[in-house]
Write a protein that binds this ligand. Structure first.
Ligand code: AP5
Ligand code: ZN
Length: 207
């Protein structure tokens, strides 16, 4: 199974990825998680990316496409993959199409902007695994601790209200266009075209 999870920041891509990757036994390829790992490791890429991420902007297409290309060569992608937060621009989507990277389904998680700010302010993350919680909507079993490892949860640097607003604006300017990009491709019925499903992301997590 080869999937793209498309949706605004805070729509619940990472949350739903957790279920999907288990069900299909496929790796979650989150460009956001990969960039945060580079930031933590203090690599040159990480230092450059941190400035852009903290400002709510997008890291350059060349860097992101290179990261994903490398990731796809790893053996665990043989059974499929789940893209989370990628592609995010037309050049990124075109790069995958041109490289013949197959996609079975594009799942759009639809959540109105008003709900996003509340979600982000309560989000807590286990940095090592990317597992995501919410203090009210999806709380960990023990406050401030990851369910599986018991390690500390943190708040993401880019979850400040001002940054979230910027990220939402960037989503509407640069990423939302992928809704029609993949929607039209799916409707074309061309060989290799993905199927497209829009899912309401406002219900409880397990729904
Ligand atoms: P990235 O990490 O991809 O962030 P994002 O797209 O902004 O999405 P989030 O991770 O914030 O949200 P999510 O949809 O995963 O929601 P979650 O499940 O956590 O990217 C970060 C940055 O890296 C970007 O800003 C950019 O700078 C850079 N970057 C990454 N990829 C890039 C690319 N391809 N190109 C260029 N730059 C790139 O849920 C959010 C909260 O809501 C959680 O607290 C959760 O518990 C809660 N929640 C989830 N579902 C529900 C529900 N149904 N009801 C109530 N609460 C819920
Ligand atoms: Zn995420």
């Amino acid at each position: 199974m080869r999937l793209i999870l498309l949706g605004a920041p805070g729509a619940g891509k990472g949350t739903q990825a957790n279920f999907i990757k288990e069900k299909y036994n496929i790796p979650q390829i989150s460009t956001g998680d990969m960039l945060r790992a580079a930031v933590k490791a203090g690599t040159e890429l990480g230092l450059a990316a941190k400035k852009v991420m903290d400002a709510g902007g997008l890291v350059s297409d060349d860097i992101i496409i290179g990261l994903v290309r490398d990731r796809l060569t790893q053996g665990d992608c043989a059974n499929g993959y789940l893209f989370d937060g990628f592609p995010r621009t037309i050049p990124q989507a075109d790069a995958m199409k041109d490289a013949g990277v197959a996609i079975d389904y594009v799942l759009e998680i639809d959540v109105p902007d008003e709900a996003i700010i509340e979600r982000m302010s309560g989000r807590r993350v286990h940095p090592a695994s990317g597992r995501t919680y919410h203090v009210t909507f999806n709380p960990p079993k023990v406050e401030g601790k990851d369910d599986l490892t018991g390690e500390d949860l943190i708040q993401r640097d880019d979850d400040k209200e001002e940054t979230v607003k910027k990220r939402l604006a960037v989503y509407h300017e640069q990423t939302e266009v992928l809704v029609s990009y993949y929607g039209k491709w799916a409707e074309s019925g061309q060989p290799g075209a993905p199927k497209y499903r829009k899912i309401a992301g406002v219900g409880p997590v397990d729904q």
